[in-house]
Structures are given as structure tokens and as C-alpha cells.
Design a protein around this ligand. Sequence first.
Ligand code: AR6
Length: 177
Amino acid sequence: MMISIIEGDITTQKVDAIVNAANSSLLGGGGVDGAIHRKAGPELVHECRLLGGCRTGEAKITGGYLLPAKYVIHTVGPVWNGGTMNEDALLASCYRNSFAIAREKGLRSIAFPAISTGIYRFPVERAANIVRDETLAFMKNPGSVSDIRFICFGRETCDIYRDVLADLTSDHEDIDH
Ligand code: AR6
């Protein structure tokens, strides 16, 4: 298993699937969701319309259209509300369900953004610890998946991920601007 932390833009990743931090409409938004939809082109939202939305913590897959990635796995993270609204378990379930789809589809490589840590305000270090727990759990039964990438948009998130995931990663110096 290769696990990397990469500073950069997830839309440039040439992997089997990139994960989108979407909202429950699945019809696009700001942040990484906006960037993915812009790069994928309008066919992506057409396919998303057929999915009937997605509940918080769940995940659904579509094609990648004009993205270098073959697929997009859309997941809906929780909005941070101080930690009393089951946010930790919901965020964990975003990672668990996205990993499960990748394994079911026989994908080899998957790239994640830092789900919920932007517009949804989930604290980055707390999120990184959930990422760590879910990645360790998934590694016990990864199926086809052999390349997991965490794409950090900005130095601060990247530094926190590198601290928290230090012993899991194979590559600490990867920068993609
Ligand atoms: N590549 C990688 N990471 C990115 C990119 C990018 N191109 N752009 C932003 N990030 P956010 P959320 C980082 O706000 O908190 C949308 O409107 C960003 O710096 O994209 O889950 C949806 O439609 C942060 O570290 O997602 C929802 O309404 C991380 O991605 C809502 O935002 C997540 O930030 C979801 O909020």
C-alpha cells in the first residue's frame, strides 16, 4: 500500500477516483466541489442529477468526464457544530463508504481532499485523526486499492496531515502546484 500526502489541487490528480466533498444535493457548490465540477464539465452535473442526492456520511460514484480521474466519488461530510451532532462518526463514515466503493469497483488509486474542513469548518487536526483511523481500518481489507493519496490544499493542512499520518505515509516530500 502506498499512502501519500500531496500539497495541491485534487482536480489534477490522475487516479482511478478522486473524492468530492459535496453537499447533499450533489449539484455542485464552492470549494473543492466547485473546482471538480468546473474541470469535469457540465456532463458531471447531468449524471449527478440522476442520483437523487446523498445523505451526510454516504457516498455515490459517477464518471470523471473531462477530469484526469476516471471516476468521482461524491461524499457529504458533516457541518461542524461543536462536536455534539455526531460529526466524528459521520466524517468517519464518509471515508469508510468512499473506500468501500473504490474496493467494490476494483479501483487501484484514490485521492481524497480534507473533507468537511473548509466551508463546513471541521477542525483539521481532529479530521486528520479520523482519516488516520479509517485508513488503518481499511488497510486490513483493501481489496484492489494500493494507492491512497491525501490532497491538501495549502501548507497548513498539509503540515497537520504530515504530523498525524507520519507513520502511514510513504512519501513526505511530494508537492504538486
Ligand atoms: N483541491 C483539493 N482540495 C481543495 C480544493 C482543490 N481544488 N479546493 C478546496 N480544497 P470545502 P467542505 C480544500 O470547503 O468543508 C461546497 O460548497 C479546502 O481547502 O471544499 O466539506 C460543497 O458543495 C479544504 O481543506 O468542503 C458543500 O456545500 C477541503 O478541500 C461544502 O462546500 C474541504 O473544503 C462542503 O464543505
